[in-house]
Design a protein around this ligand. Structure first.
Ligand code: PRP
Ligand code: URA
Length: 209
């Protein structure tokens, strides 16, 4: 069973409250999503391997640790995943970014792929799929399947809000993928929206409604 990590750090919870508020405008929404992604990245990157290196301080030699050059890839699911990319890459600027374009068919709620551009060496990278919403889990599951078909082995899923249905779907389809979320909400409504959620993440990020 994949692990679910719910991040209840006060800063994350405070910012998520502002993100959920329907009176939060596009500019603030975008800034907050980036900030929460950065705060979540701190925990998501917790298992990055370290190597020992020696540096000279003004006083003497110190045996220290540095990140051991692990190759990372951030994969936003378009569109809304784009809002989390800058936060996720700020602490690890050398990470490469691949894009998967999926939209949910409003009738069937099934994901439809319209774009895919990934780093050429994804099989060597630890990949972090980002999307603010894990609702039915169809989009995340399809994106992870594409990555596995192209050779990816080590994948994490990072979202802001997950529905129990989305978590169950990912655990069924990809039980090797750890899920990081700032909150797990109550349920989905009949249109596949997370309740209480935050509404349509893409529309709120890009001001398209
Ligand atoms: C939203 C969201 C996820 C998906 C989640 O994207 O950003 O990608 O829905 O739903 P699921 O778990 O049921 O698949 P949407 O299809 O609205 O596209 P957008 O990001 O372009 O707005
Ligand atoms: N996609 C969104 O943007 N919001 C939801 O609540 C569900 C899917």
């Amino acid at each position: 069973m994949s692990n679910v990590h719910v991040m209840n750090h006060p800063l994350i919870q405070h910012k998520l409250t502002l993100i959920r508020d329907k009176n939060t405008g596009v500019k603030e929404f975008r800034e907050l999503v980036e900030e929460v992604a950065l705060l979540m990245a701190y925990e998501v990157y917790r298992d990055l391997p370290l190597k020992e290196i020696e540096v000279e301080t003004p006083i003497g030699k110190a045996v220290c640790h540095a990140i051991a050059g692990k190759k990372l890839g951030i994969v936003p699911i378009l569109r809304a995943g784009l809002g989390m990319v800058d936060g996720m890459t700020k602490l690890v600027p050398a990470a490469k970014v691949g894009h998967i374009g999926l939209y949910r068919d409003p009738e069937t709620l099934e994901p439809v792929e319209y774009y895919c551009k990934l780093p050429s060496d994804i099989e060597e990278r630890d990949l972090i799929v980002v999307d603010p919403m894990l609702a039915t889990g169809g989009s995340a599951s399809a994106a992870i399947s594409f990555l596995k078909q192209r050779g990816a082995k080590n994948i994490k899923m990072v979202c802001l809000i997950a529905a129990p249905e989305g978590i169950a779907r990912l655990q069924k389809d990809h039980n090797d993928v750890d899920i990081f979320a700032a909150a797990v909400d109550e349920k989905l409504n009949s249109h596949g929206y997370i309740v209480p959620g935050l509404g349509d993440a893409g529309d709120r990020l890009f001001g398209t409604k």
